[in-house]
Design a protein around this ligand. Structure first.
Ligand SMILES: Cc1cc2nc3c(=O)[nH]c(=O)nc-3n(C[C@H](O)[C@H](O)[C@H](O)COP(=O)(O)O)c2cc1C
Length: 516
């Protein structure tokens, strides 16, 4: 034995290397899974390694500034700079092809809106509350005016880490924005002081009984115990995976998650594609009304848009009865997700502009547009895109991935496999270690502040005081050579109903203003 050890210790390092390569070659030659390795032992690994670092190579070295999706480098750079309170301007002029098809132009006024010295926007340049009061048209007990037009979209604790949710909530509190809980229930990290929109889907997490059915008793208790909940959102679908249920594997259900979601530990939990708490459109309306009556809060629905027949039916019943949702969140097909099959994410449901135009018209043509608050999500966390959304009838913008980018997401697109390198979309404690919550809260707050300020500046440039005053003649869209550019009104064939606007300074004193 001693002789063998002596022999091995005297061998030069490259003999070990040679043995290692021979072992790898043997493994490759006889493996049954990978053709490339069987045919090209050892060197075949270079191909797999290059493939694995391909996204990073493209992101950092190969892709140009406007090339990447979902968010290109210029878009991410604007959010990063805004979040870090750094210079977020660009020099030398736009690098975009402003003659390209589908390009959007906001029509500036000859003379901008004059902000006088005593105007509220001089004192609070980031104060842009929602022009409508959610729940006012249906006389809910606790109507709500979101104090910021940009807010955090549904993302559950579970798809996001505790520290990410915590940072977002603390950031939202600083700028009086609301924080939508996503489907995973109300976690302790949603209770850092921001207004909350409680959201649930078919799993009824946080408001379910032992059998997994919706429980009004749980709902009432949740709202009574948490006065920061200002509205409730029933999820019908989301842009990235409409009509797709989900499974929460038992292995991922920690004691904390089991308590927050009201689910047993160790057992897989299903979120079916459809709701068990109601049937059909009439059932949905009664469900919404029951929750609003029992909790006193405004209740809305979130959906991605495709066919319109059921929406027409909903609008007819709402018009006839005066009942129904207080707000509708329209999510674009380009929307994000923690995890979805590519066939759903890429193809099912309309992009935001088409889906919203269709949906808004359903209510607009019945004269109901001002009775509903329209919330918009789908890559709209940029001031000019938000201006377009307002001109089409949106009242509030929800952002999910832009909020993630603000707190440090690098678009690694690993939300679905628990390996998010920034700790934002993973439950891995080591990876979460990188997040310093107070610092990231400041970043979220700074991004929202810059967004509101810049949106207001574009609004002033177009001659208005508040973005709700944008209409469809204020934005042009390039349709290609034949039609050159046309207004949104011409392109989508409707005229937005003017919002009953009371003026910014009156909104400051509104008793229903959020953030208090
Ligand atoms: C990590 C992650 C988790 C999400 N979880 C939910 C959810 O629980 N419920 C839901 O309706 N939408 C969910 N969404 C969709 C977002 O709320 C939002 O509608 C969509 O991403 C579009 O907004 P964005 O383009 O600003 O990201 C999630 C999105 C992401 C990125």
């Amino acid at each position: 034995m001693e002789n063998v050890i002596n022999f091995l210790s005297e061998l030069s390092w490259y003999w070990y290397l040679v043995v290692f390569i021979i072992l790898v070659a043997l493994y490759d030659l006889f493996n049954r899974k990978h053709i490339i390795l069987r045919n090209f032992p050892v060197v075949g690994h270079i191909r797999y390694w290059l493939e694995s670092i391909g996204p990073e190579l493209r992101q950092y070295i190969v892709a140009n500034n406007r090339e990447e999706l979902p968010f290109n480098r210029i878009e991410r750079g604007w959010i990063y700079a805004s979040a870090k309170n750094e210079n977020n301007y660009e020099g030398f002029g736009t690098d975009r092809d402003i003659h390209s098809h589908q390009y959007i132009f906001v029509n500036n006024a000859m003379m901008p809106f004059k902000v006088e010295e005593d105007h509220i926007s001089k004192r609070k340049p980031e104060f842009v509350p929602c022009a409508k009061v959610i729940g006012a048209s249906k006389n809910r007990k606790r109507p709500y005016r979101p104090a910021s037009v940009i807010n955090i979209s549904a993302m559950s604790y579970g798809s996001l880490s505790a520290k990410a949710v915590d940072a977002m909530n603390q950031g939202a509190k600083k700028v009086n924005a609301y924080h939508n809980t996503g489907e995973g229930g109300l976690s302790p990290y949603h209770k850092r002081g921001a207004d909350v929109v409680f959201h649930f889907g078919t799993g009824y997490f946080g408001v379910r009984d032992k059998e997994g059915n919706f429980s009004m008793e749980h709902m009432k208790k949740l709202v009574a115990d948490n006065p920061q909940i200002r509205a409730i959102e029933v999820k019908l679908s989301q842009g990235a995976k409409p009509g797709k249920g989900g499974v929460l594997p038992g292995s991922k259900i920690s004691k904390e998650i089991s308590e927050i979601r009201n689910v047993p530990m160790g057992k897989d939990v299903l979120s079916p594609p459809t709701h068990s708490a109601f049937d059909g459109i009439e059932g949905l309306i009664e469900f919404v009304e029951d929750i609003a009556r029992e909790t006193g809060l405004p209740v809305g629905i979130k959906a991605a848009i495709g066919k319109l027949a059921q929406w027409e039916q909903l609008a007819d019943i709402m018009q006839a009865t005066g009942k129904g949702p207080d707000f509708i969140t329209v999510d674009g097909g380009e929307g994000g997700t923690g995890a979805a099959p590519p066939s759903f994410a890429d193809h099912v449901s309309l992009p935001w502009v088409h889906g919203f135009a269709d949906l808004y018209q359903v209510f607009n043509k019945r004269g109901m547009a001002n009775d509903i608050v329209f919330i918009a999500s789908g890559k709209l966390g940029f001031p000019a895109k938000a201006a377009m959304a307002f001109s089409m009838g949106a009242d509030v913008i929800n952002v999910a991935r832009e909020a993630m980018i603000a707190i440090g997401c690098i678009q690694a697109q690993a939300c679905h496999n628990n390996t998010c390198p920034t700790g934002i979309a993973t439950q891995n404690k080591w990876l979460q270690r990188g997040i310093v919550v107070p610092e990231k809260a400041d970043r979220l707050a700074s991004y929202f502040t810059k967004f509101n300020k810049e949106l207001l500046e574009i609004t002033h440039a177009s001659g208005y005081e508040h973005p709700c005053q944008f209409n469809m003649e204020d934005v042009d869209i390039s349709l290609g050579d034949m039609n050159l550019t046309q207004t949104l009104e011409h392109t989508y064939r409707y005229r937005k109903t003017p919002v009953d606007y009371i003026g910014l300074s009156k909104m400051e004193n509104c008793p229903y203003l959020g953030g208090k």
